[in-house]
Write a protein of this length. Sequence first.
Length: 265
Amino acid sequence: VQGSREFHPEDTVIKTKHSIIGGDNFTMMAGPCSVESEEHVMKMAAVAKANGSTILRGGAYKPRTSPYSFQGLGEDGLKFLRRAADQYNMDVLTEVMDDEHVKLVAKYTDIFQIGARNMQNFSLLKAVGKTNIPVMLKRGMSATVDDILNASEYIAAGGNHNIMIAERGIRTFDNKYTRNTMDVGVVPVLQKLTHYPVIIDPSHASGHTEFVTPLALAGVAAGASGLVVEIHDDPAHALSDGPQALKPNEFKELSDKAFAIRELL
Ligand code: PEP
Ligand code: MN
């Protein structure tokens, strides 16, 4: 098993143009849930960069629970995201939802995101596995540790070993007050079992702005290699995931504390 520590004892360190992910490095990633317009994503890139992010996230193809919700700007969104990242010397992280889109998204992104809902979309995993573009694989909402590891193996089996695994919360018996339950214990568990960098997404784990920072800091304290955080300057009017978006000043506070905690490890 290529993802196993037994097969490959050293940490995988992923190098992109502006970031080094894994090993002794800590990587901040931030941006809006969806790319909403060129102007907006530019503004969010400035906020992300000013607070230590080297990777700009943003969805152009959105896996919405309802087909009537905003589905993303598609290729225009990818162009806006790319321009914003380039303007601020950042890498692009964006979701690819379908194996037929891999080629198109590859033209614009530095890192593919595989969303929670697609963690076991095996044709998609195989398709990104045939590229040499790093992949952030998000844990499915009901996926066990072995399920994630097996999903990552589909990518590695194709020859792409630049994989990071993101914990974004799972479904449990009580998700009344949080959107999901963040499994902070999975950070050391995955680090024991696999050499891939482990990333925490406190935004989808919590679902509510007020809980994002505590969960992010717990993830950092547990030893995560990075955070991926949703930000928005006007959450009430965000086209997706407004209730969990951090405003610029809130993201600054998260970021300052996250880097400070990381320093203590
Ligand atoms: C997202 O990153 O905006 C997203 C849809 O995440 P997840 O797949 O974890 O729900
Ligand atoms: Mn989102």
